[in-house]
Design a protein around this ligand. Structure first.
Ligand code: ADP
Length: 736
């Protein structure tokens, strides 16, 4: 509006100038007429002509006329100035106009240069504006598009989203003249002269979509290749494992025959190499399974303290053979039973504690399990006094196939997979695995994981003795086990004192009445006996021995000990030593593992073995014969059913069936299902069936139980586990 007013000014001025000129002419003419009239009148013969008055009058008139002319001229000058001013403003307005047009052009070329496709449509869908990119995409001239309802040919549509500001976002695959293009549109409502319009701005995403699709395809291919690799690894490992199990089993059997010392050495080397190879294959297999995303973690209740103590006990002989101590402390504030995957947690503990034994030459290993910082969290630390790990290596050792340094690898062996697997397992459980270490100062691996309390796990794992007011003296040359025992005794209320030297102990013993004296047999039998004699007045004199020292027990009892504890010491055994009616001989029943040969009971069972692999069948047969059983072999599922039916018909049914899972024709699962179906139909007693497999995965286990099996035996078969499984299956069958 303002702009229009400014532009009208010159026209008004011109009109005013014109009227001023007309007025000036009129005034001049009138002045002239008046002067003329006045002069004519004055000069008339009738008038009394007075030349003076006449001159005065003429001058006055002339003066008035000049004044009027002067005023008019100054007005004209003023008008000219205004005119010049107006011309300047007019020029400025023209400049501004030009600038605006320039800016419009720039904006337009900017839009075009963007490469985005722009189209505007009115309320009826007719095109009101298109840019060059749209024309190119449509393959038509602008004139052919404007005012038409033209729509681009769509081959595929993506999802449509509406943003909070009302913008509609959607993708379309357009069939353009030079091939299909993916356009990502943004539609917004804009105001226009004729009302509201829709402006669609489309960005060409073809290259990005192509790259994304190529990437997804490449990823799918890589995943498929990785799965194929894992399957191949699993298959090859399985195939290698089967004959290797045969070799190891045969080596075991050979070890039971009469051998010269030289032959025994060779056999031992053969077994060690075979076992190393087996554990290597198992690690690779496990890793490939986890890599293939098959880390299925179970969530079943299990006793936490027992799991940790078992792991420590299993590693005990290995540590003690190196002269190392190994012990554990499970805080009693933790629930007796927790929910989680016991097998995988045991695997992690075994790996960490196994490494600790491997990389420690002096001192020992302790596993401490305590409540974590948040509810349900459990903090496990595996500490050793070994070679330690440098900060640079700490960052690497959790990676696949990484070891601290090449030198140690050659010295200690291993694959560098143990920690990578452990880390994946713990992270799979939602926890974390970290390390604290310095070279030469040992290492502590920390596991923190949430394991919820199992239902009904409120009563404690063991009923701890009340040792308030008791003083206990622990005499042990090494500190690890002693400090773990002291810590537990203190939790039970006792005051515990540790001394590392028998001379110091001798001087301390007579100083007060100790409720109990615990003496480590590592001091040597004579020193232990001397201390036991000196402590004769104390109510409890307990000796700590390694399983290898069992044969010394009679002599130690003779020497005056009232009880013994086998290292690594279980909390339950320690508690039992402080029970009022504890005797030296009862120690064997207080959670201390009996010598393996004592544990298997029974014998003379009639056992059907379904196994297609000849070597494994030979091994199973030899082991069963050695255990005093009567094996019958079947090489397939069908043959096993036939033999089982025949034995029943003859009135001498098998006591147990050992069933290989993978057999040609009818596999072990199917054979078991059929046997169970026959038993159900005929109402016959149930024959305990144990699976024989090289795979101990949770799926296999579940499949076996679902098929009606009673237990599970993982190859390679060894005498102890075979005997224990046969006995357990018998008990389970009786209970059923
Ligand atoms: P492996 O023991 O088969 O080599 P791991 O993944 O279990 O594989 O361990 C990787 C490396 O971490 C080991 O080779 C060793 O160099 C280092 N390491 C692990 N545990 C310890 C430990 N307790 N003390 C010192 N070094 C360790």
């Amino acid at each position: 509006m303002r702009r229009r007013a400014t532009l009208r000014k010159p026209a008004i001025l011109t009109r005013r100038l014109f009227s001023l000129t007309v007025r000036a002419v009129a005034i001049t003419s009138m002045s002239f007429a008046v002067s003329f009239g006045f002069l004519s009148g004055a000069m008339s013969p009738q008038a009394h002509y007075d030349p003076y008055s006449f001159a005065i009058g003429v001058s006055a008139l002339f003066g008035a006329a000049c004044g009027a002319i002067g005023i008019l001229m100054s007005r004209v000058r003023q008008m000219k100035t205004e005119l010049r001013d107006l011309e300047a403003r007019l020029e400025a307005a023209a400049d501004r106009n030009w600038e605006i047009r320039e800016a419009q052009e720039r904006t337009k070329s900017f839009f075009e240069a963007q490469g985005d496709v722009i189209v505007r449509r009115d309320g009826a869908g007719a095109i009101t504006y298109v840019n060059d990119a749209f024309c190119a995409l449509a393959g038509r001239a602008r004139e052919d598009l404007l005012a038409t309802p033209f729509a681009l040919p769509v081959e595929e549509r993506g999802e449509t989203h509406v943003l909070p500001d009302g913008t509609r976002v959607h993708d379309q695959k357009i069939a353009a003249p030079d091939g299909a293009r993916w356009i990502a549109w943004r539609d917004v409502a804009v105001r226009a002269d004729g009302g509201s319009e829709t402006q669609s701005v489309g960005r060409d995403m073809t290259e990005r979509v192509r790259a994304e699709r190529a990437l997804a395809e490449a990823r799918d291919q890589a995943e498929a290749a990785s799965r194929a690799k894992s399957r191949f690894l699993a298959m090859v490992s399985h195939e290698i494992r089967t004959p290797l199990n045969g070799i190891l089993g045969m080596a075991d059997l050979l070890g039971d025959t009469q051998l010269t010392p030289e032959q025994a050495t060779y056999l031992k080397a053969m077994k060690t190499s075979g076992e190393t190879l087996l554990s290597l294959i198992e690690e690779v297999l496990d890793f490939s399974k986890i890599e293939a995303g098959r880390l299925d973690l179970a969530a079943r209740p299990f006793p936490l303290a027992a799991l940790v103590e078992e792991a420590v006990e299993l590693l005990g002989p290995r540590a003690q053979a190196k002269g190392l101590e190994i012990g554990c402390y499970v805080d009693e504030r933790l629930p007796a039973r927790v929910v989680g995957d016991a097998a995988r947690l045991r695997q992690v503990l075994f790996n960490l504690a196994g490494n600790a034994v491997k990389f420690t030459e002096r001192g020992g290993i302790s596993i401490i399990v305590e409540p974590g910082a948040v509810p349900d969290a459990i903090a496990i630390s595996v500490r050793d006094t070994g070679i330690g790990i440098s900060p640079e290596d700490q960052a690497r050792i959790f990676l696949d196939f990484e070891q601290a340094d090449g030198g140690s690898t050659r010295k200690f062996g291993g694959t560098g997979l143990g920690l990578a697997i452990s880390k994946r397992i713990i992270e799979g459980m939602g926890g974390a695995l970290t390390v604290d270490s310095a070279p030469g100062e040992g290492a502590t691996f920390h596991v923190s994981v949430a394991l919820p309390r199992a239902d009904g796990a409120d009563e404690p794992a063991l009923s701890p003795p009340d040792l308030a007011g008791n003083d206990v003296l622990i005499v042990a040359p090494a500190a690890i086990e002693a400090s773990l025992i002291a810590r537990r005794l203190q939790r039970w209320g006792a005051r515990a004192k540790i001394v590392g030297d028998d001379q110091v102990a001798k001087s301390l013993l007579p100083e007060q009445l100790w409720s109990a004296v615990l003496i480590d047999h590592a001091l040597g039998t004579p020193a232990c006996a001397a201390l036991a004699r000196l402590a004769a007045a104390m109510p409890r004199r307990i000796v700590l021995v390694t399983p290898a020292m069992r044969n010394e027990l009679a002599a130690l009892k003779e020497a005056g000990f009232t009880g013994y504890l086998i290292k690594p010491v279980r909390a339950a055994s320690l508690a039992a030593r402080f029970s009022p009616n504890d005797r030296f001989d009862s120690a064997a029943t207080a959670g201390i593992a009996a010598a393996p040969s004592e544990s298997h009971a029974g014998g003379g069972l009639s056992i059907l073995v379904a196994e297609d692999n000849e070597i494994n069948a030979l091994l199973a047969r030899a082991l069963l014969l050695k255990l005093g059983h009567r094996p019958t072999m079947a090489a397939s599922g069908a043959a096993a059913i036939e033999s089982w039916l025949a034995a029943r018909a003859a009135g001498i049914p098998y006591d147990r069936v050992l069933m290989d899972l993978h057999m040609p024709g009818m596999d072990g699962l199917e054979a078991t299902r059929r046997m169970r179906a026959i038993e159900a139909e005929t109402d016959a007693p149930r024959t305990p069936i144990l699976a024989l497999t090289a795979n101990a995965s949770a799926e296999d286990r579940d499949a076996c139980l679902a098929a009606g099996m009673d237990g599970f035996l993982v190859k390679p078969l060894d005498r102890e586990r075979l005997a224990a499984a046969l006995a357990a299956a018998g008990r389970a069958a009786l209970a059923a």
